[in-house]
Design a protein around this ligand. Structure first.
Ligand code: URA
Length: 230
């Protein structure tokens, strides 16, 4: 929300007073003095006028988890263990998953309470590469890379997938890089060739690579540097 709207929504200031507060440089967001009425106030922002705290703000939290197989990428599930069950943190209801994985897919999962951070990470427009290690039932032919680069038509969504990169690692294993996260995307891409994915592991999302030190089921907070990379 714009800071002028945030302030004039409070019972203590009318619009004229808000304009004055901004001009007189008496408003601070996250410690920075602001005079621009368009400056953004988020639920996480700390807002102060003079020495009075009008909104304390919330701490942003970002975690990297090594998702094990047999675990649901959801915050709640009536039947199965969820990725949030693996996280021992307070206020877990605030957290959400940035880019889901299927029940048996393993690897990098990012969990946060920061909605704009997770949107930047997952929206197709930002074209961040999601890199998967894939094993398949049948051999992977040279035609796969050509088709993946061209894009595949997904009738259900009525769209053609963005160009994807395929690096063959063995007859039945490859590394695939995609910039979207359509429903079951990797399995559907290999499914185009009637080739079943038998093992799927996400290694990387954009600049964030799964920490080798994390065993399946383990997690750690992201560093400030990792958070700023997105
Ligand atoms: N694509 C899939 O098919 N499954 C996943 O879990 C992730 C990407």
């Amino acid at each position: 929300m714009r800071v002028d709207r945030f302030l004039s929504n409070l019972p203590c200031f009318n619009r004229k007073q808000v304009r004055l507060l901004l001009v007189e440089k008496r408003v601070r967001i996250d410690g920075q003095t602001v005079s621009d009425p368009h400056a953004d106030v988020r639920e996480f922002s700390r807002v102060e006028v003079d020495d009075e705290v009008l909104q304390a703000g919330k701490a942003l939290r970002h975690f990297m988890l090594h998702k094990p197989a047999g675990c649901v990428s959801a915050t709640r599930d009536p039947q199965h263990r969820t990725v949030l069950d693996l996280i021992a943190e307070p206020d877990k209801d605030d957290l959400h998953i940035a880019g889901r994985l299927d029940f048996n897919t393993t690897g990098l999962m990012l969990i946060t309470n920061d909605g704009s951070w997770s949107r930047r990470l997952t929206q197709p427009q930002t074209k961040l590469a999601k890199v998967y290690y894939v094993e398949t039932e049948q051999d992977i032919g040279p035609e796969y890379a050509v088709k993946f680069r061209e894009g595949l038509y997904f009738a259900f969504e009525d769209l053609t997938t963005q160009p994807a990169g395929l690096e063959l690692l063995g007859p039945k294993s490859a590394r695939l890089s995609i910039v979207e996260g359509r429903y079951h995307q990797v399995k559907r891409m290999f499914g185009h060739f009637n080739n079943k994915v038998t093992h799927l592991h996400r290694e990387r999302m954009g600049p964030l690579t799964l920490d080798n030190a994390l065993k399946p089921g383990e997690y750690r907070p992201l560093s400030d540097h990792e958070i700023e990379l997105i």
